[in-house]
Design a protein around this ligand. Structure first.
Ligand code: ADP
Ligand code: MG
Length: 257
């Protein structure tokens, strides 16, 4: 068979197999291979690598869109000097995502404005960039969506959406008290993820001791905390709001008004 026929066939077959990135790179990879006198196995390796890289990139892009991540805050943007309660080493360790592979949780506690959501987003972004599926939502969103799903008899579906991703982020627990149905649902999700060894990142403006006030039933609060804390890193941020501090540094009133 002539080389020209083979070339045509390779194009057709890459197309039929939907190896679109490999097809697009075929000429470049072949030409470079010839020029540099590479082995055919090296040429194949590069061609397949191009396809896999493109697929990974597409997956990251899709996962980012589906993640619900509010903003693309990163750990590089985080000013650790301004927030000594956030240990740099711990964050660096968390950014390796070992916690995710071990199904451990990350609990970020502290008052408003101290960087909890920023840190939760930064870790989530890290996970997305490395190909993991992440679902980020506030507890308020979870309650609203659970209620809508319950009305349409689709609570099971919504539960699966919360259980399946490698990482679930529950932002802002404690801003509103939970009703029994919602608290039970939250417990079920947490319990399933716990059983399946899947991580949760959670932020709260309430200390664990105050969780009894958020839940309709202290037994439920205890059971939930029990699952969450079994394998967890807790970061307690006591400092003041980052923005307020900056306002004061700039000589502006500290805006309690
Ligand atoms: P929280 O979730 O604790 O209420 P956020 O994470 O929303 O606080 O932080 C409020 C704002 O301040 C965000 O824009 C965040 O990026 C910024 N911020 C907070 N802490 C820091 C910090 N240490 N370095 C840089 N930006 C910060
Ligand atoms: Mg927040």
């Amino acid at each position: 068979m002539s080389a020209a026929v083979s070339y045509e066939r390779v194009r057709e077959r890459l197309d039929a197999l939907k190896l679109n990135a490999a097809l697009a790179a075929l000429d470049r990879v072949l030409e470079a291979g010839e020029k540099e006198e590479r082995l055919s196995v090296e040429i194949l390796d590069e061609l397949l690598g191009t396809e896999l890289d493109a697929r990974f990139e597409r997956r990251v892009h899709t996962n980012l869109q589906l993640s619900g991540l509010p903003a693309t805050k990163t750990l590089e943007d985080f000013d650790f000097d301004a927030q000594p309660d956030v240990p740099r080493d711990t964050m660096r360790e968390l950014a390796t995502l070992r916690f995710l592979h071990q199904g451990e949780n990350v609990l970020l506690l502290g008052p408003c404005g101290v960087g909890k959501t920023h840190l939760a987003s930064a870790l989530s972004l890290e996970a997305v960039k490395r190909g993991h599926r992440v679902y980020f939502l506030t507890l308020h969103d979870l309650v609203t969506k659970a209620r809508a799903a319950r009305e349409r008899n689709r609570l099971e579906n919504f539960a699966r959406t919360l259980i399946r991703p490698e990482l679930l982020v529950l932002d802002e627990i404690g801003y509103l008290p939970l009703e029994r149905d919602d608290a039970t649902f939250l417990f079920e999700i947490t319990n399933k993820r716990y059983q399946q060894g899947r991580s949760i990142i959670l932020t709260s403006n309430k200390s664990f001791g105050q969780w009894g006030d958020i839940f309709p039933d202290p037994v439920l609060a205890t059971a939930l905390l029990d699952r969450l804390l079994h394998h967890a890193t807790t970061i307690n941020i006591r400092g003041e709001s980052y923005r307020l501090r900056h306002r004061r540094r700039a000589g502006l009133p500290s805006a309690t008004t």
